[in-house]
Design a protein around this ligand. Structure first.
Ligand SMILES: C[S@@+](CC[C@H](N)C(=O)[O-])C[C@H]1O[C@@H](n2cnc3c(N)ncnc32)[C@H](O)[C@@H]1O
Length: 180
């Protein structure tokens, strides 16, 4: 099951193809539905550039096994999937810098409320100019708890940020300054 719509898939694919991130981290990767589109241009079977390392992180071990199998079957390269808490593993999972970070955790208690502290935890590991993508920012169930996240990405060290309500979930796409 996935909340991924065809339009969101295209937006994620376009982000990856335009920014060409060599290092990608996806927090809350589940089966890899969103990740597959974000990483297609650099890591997929028809890649347009050479992605170095894409890491999917999820606390759910079965989801991690499923994601690993999905990407292997689809012919992706340089992918890693880890059963980890994304809050406690920032940086230690990546060999190089993170050029694109996708946040999509859903905690049983806090739900999407942890996005801001998760971003702050990973911020030191992001490369200058990195793209940060947050899923579900316009979903009616999460809009209130994600206000703090959207406030944070609307100012420094971010230089540009936009919310794209392309479907019921929506996505925020934010660019870190190049001198950060
Ligand atoms: C909405 S699902 C992610 C969907 C996925 N991005 C996709 O493309 O289908 C949320 C995921 O966050 C994971 N999760 C919740 N808290 C987490 C944490 N602290 N660290 C890592 N993963 C977490 C859950 O296990 C769940 O698989």
């Amino acid at each position: 099951m996935t909340a991924l719509t065809p339009l969101m898939a295209r937006v994620l694919h376009a982000c990856g193809a335009a920014v060409r991130p060599e290092g990608v981290a996806v927090l809350g990767s589940y089966a890899g539905n969103l990740m597959m589109w974000l990483t297609a241009a650099g890591f997929g079977p028809f890649r347009q550039y050479a992605g170095q390392l894409a890491v999917g992180v999820d606390v759910d071990e079965e989801a991690v096994l499923l994601a690993r199998a999905n990407f292997s079957m689809a012919g992706y390269q340089n992918m890693q999937f880890r059963t980890n808490d994304a809050f406690s593993t920032a940086g230690s999972l990546m060999v190089g810098a993170v050029d694109a970070l996708l946040i999509d955790i859903d905690d049983p208690v806090e739900r999407k409320g942890g996005y801001l502290s998760l971003l702050q935890t990973w911020l030191p590991y992001l490369s200058p100019g990195a793209l940060v993508i947050a899923h579900d920012v316009v979903h009616p169930r999460f809009a209130e708890s994600l206000k703090g996240y959207l406030d944070f990405v609307s100012g420094p060290p971010f230089v540009a940020s936009t919310t794209l309500p392309v479907d019921e979930c929506g996505v925020a796409v934010s660019a870190l300054g190049t001198s950060a």
